[in-house]
Design a protein around this ligand. Structure first.
Ligand code: ADP
Length: 185
């Protein structure tokens, strides 16, 4: 059957930490490059886990990225002929990005946003609920629960200081299933 497909969409890749969001984002970026598309990759400047100018997975896979502190800076770096815009750690980007993403997708750009759908309390994280509602395609990934080995949809915070944002990797967080996840009272 012939299906007419027009260019321009929003894809969201979500899930807890260690679920492979960055790996999946990098995989899609690499395939778009193989397809000779012009790709630009952005990440919020506050996430400097491994490399300030790369999307990096916990398995050390990485792809060059432009670290931006807000939407204005992202727009400054955005080239008019870009066909694919990839955003990592989208939960840390601000709400002013939403109309920009909508506009890009409406103008034929493929936007791929990866991010945590829940914070470590199991609550919706930043702009992710809005992105998920507006997405054309959603991929929800699972990690492995570090307590029982089941599929994990949540992130357990192992350090109980600071606010909603505590940028860190294995030492500060672990993946947990719904049943093993604990929210501090
Ligand atoms: P995310 O971007 O969702 O945090 P990454 O793509 O950075 O995930 O990392 C995924 C990789 O993390 C896996 O391929 C695996 O090598 C590693 N990993 C470490 N802990 C876990 C876990 N509990 N469950 C699944 N993968 C894990």
């Amino acid at each position: 059957m012939f299906v007419h497909q027009r260019q321009g969409s929003l894809e969201v890749i979500c899930g807890p930490m260690f679920s492979g969001k960055s790996e999946e984002l990098i995989r899609r970026i690499k395939r778009a490059i193989i397809a000779k598309q012009k790709v630009q990759v952005f990440k919020p400047a506050l996430d400097d886990r491994y490399d300030v100018s790369a999307v990096a997975s916990h398995s050390q896979r990485k792809h060059e990225a432009i670290a931006v502190k807000d939407t204005t800076e992202l727009l400054r770096h955005l080239d008019p002929d870009t066909q694919v815009v990839a955003l990592d750690e989208a939960q840390f980007l601000d709400e002013s990005l939403i109309p920009i993403i909508e506009d890009l997708a409406n103008r034929g750009v493929r936007v791929i946003a990866g991010g945590l759908d829940q914070d470590s309390n199991g609550e919706p994280f930043g702009i992710m609920p809005i992105l998920l509602a507006k997405a054309d395609y959603v991929t929800k990934l699972q990690a492995i629960c570090m307590v029982c080995g089941a599929l994990a949809s949540r992130t357990q915070r192992m350090v109980h200081t600071g606010g909603q944002v505590l940028v860190g990797a294995a030492e500060a967080y672990e993946a947990r299933c719904r049943h093993c996840h604990e929210v501090p009272h």
